[in-house]
Design a protein around this ligand. Structure first.
Ligand code: SF4
Length: 89
């Protein structure tokens, strides 16, 4: 599964962190990031700043990550299957 966080949309509500604390964290700006810094890639584009990472064994179980993403009030988190299909939250 691939995890994508749009940090421009993020308002720091932290519900993703509460539900999947081994996957999401808040940085000093109060914006969510993914707790897998080695594999994170920060991308700045005309659409904003996005961080993405593959799910790793150190993270929460799949269902917890989905619940964390689903809890985001501003829909800043998107999840994708390994084949690229978006997981409907
Ligand atoms: S739940 Fe959404 S708004 Fe809240 S910290 Fe996570 S990504 Fe940001």
């Amino acid at each position: 599964m691939k995890i994508v966080v749009d940090r421009d949309l993020c308002i720091g509500a932290a519900s993703c962190v509460a539900l999947a604390a081994k996957t999401f964290g808040l940085d000093v700006e109060g914006k969510a990031y993914i707790l897998n810094e080695k594999k994170d890639t920060a991308v700045t584009s005309s659409e904003g700043t996005v961080v993405e990472s593959e799910q790793t064994g150190d993270m929460d179980p799949r269902e917890a990550i989905i619940e964390g993403a689903r809890s985001c009030p501003v829909f800043a988190i998107k999840l994708y299957e390994d084949d690229g299909t978006e997981i409907i939250l």
